[in-house]
Design a protein around this ligand. Structure first.
Ligand SMILES: [Zn+2]
Ligand SMILES: [Zn+2]
Length: 226
């Protein structure tokens, strides 16, 4: 029996954050990764997502790769508007940053509401079930203390298909900045080399901004890593 995911990417807000939706085709259970801005657009888009089996969408999680404003800005509105009460999930290391969303916004001249409390702390190696989809958490500090990457393990014709939602830690041809609150460059490069580049070369990387890539491509071509 193969387990397949519906995947959507909606680019939101002035920082063009990739807000990702993953849905278990079979059960309709779903998780949003980084609902960073434009709550109305996200909510409208969610209404339009249909599973092939016709089961309705059940949004279970709002997973955050980290606590920066451009990745958390729509969480409150989405959480409050969806009757399922999706869990706000994040690594404990970024909780202080997340709770200072209003102050983060002020530095960029942007307005936010006070964020809701975190419902569940993401821990390194933690497994998360979204219907029949299996996700797991990699704690990859550096861009921020509580940055995580979310792995998704999906069956495909040739075996297991691996996808990593890499937040602002690894991009196509680039890496995260470390000059913001609690950033640490050495730690980030350690996270990238020890937790991401060790994955299979075919592993798809879906960053928090910009186009998708693969582990193999970044190993060969990313100027910050070669
Ligand atoms: Zn960031
Ligand atoms: Zn970002």
């Amino acid at each position: 029996m193969t387990v397949k995911a519906i995947q959507k990417n909606w680019v939101v807000g002035p920082f063009q954050c990739n807000c990702r939706l993953i849905v278990c085709e079979e059960t309709g259970e779903a998780a949003l990764i980084d609902p960073g801005d434009e709550a109305e657009k996200i909510l409208r888009n969610l209404e339009g997502v249909k599973t092939s089996s016709g089961v309705p969408l059940k949004l279970r999680y709002l997973l955050h790769t980290h606590g920066h404003l451009d990745h958390v800005g729509a969480s409150r509105k989405v959480r409050e508007s969806r009757g399922e009460g999706p869990k706000i999930s994040m690594h404990r290391g970024d909780e202080p940053l997340y709770l200072q969303l209003i102050e983060q916004g002020r530095l960029f001249g942007l307005k936010y509401d006070q964020p809701l409390p975190i419902d569940e702390y993401l821990e390194d190696t933690q497994e998360i079930r979204v219907g029949r989809l299996l996700l797991s958490v990699l704690h990859t500090p550096g861009h921020s203390p509580g940055s995580v990457c979310i792995r998704m393990h999906e069956d495909s014709e040739g075996g297991v298909l691996e996808t990593v939602f890499s937040g602002d830690t690894l991009f196509q041809g680039s890496v995260g900045r470390t000059d913001l609150w609690g950033g640490d460059q050495d730690q980030m490069f350690k996270s990238i080399r020890q937790r991401l580049l060790v994955l299979d070369g075919d592993t798809r990387i879906c960053p928090g901004h910009g186009p998708d890539t693969t582990v193999g491509t970044e190993k060969l071509k990313n100027p910050f890593l070669i």
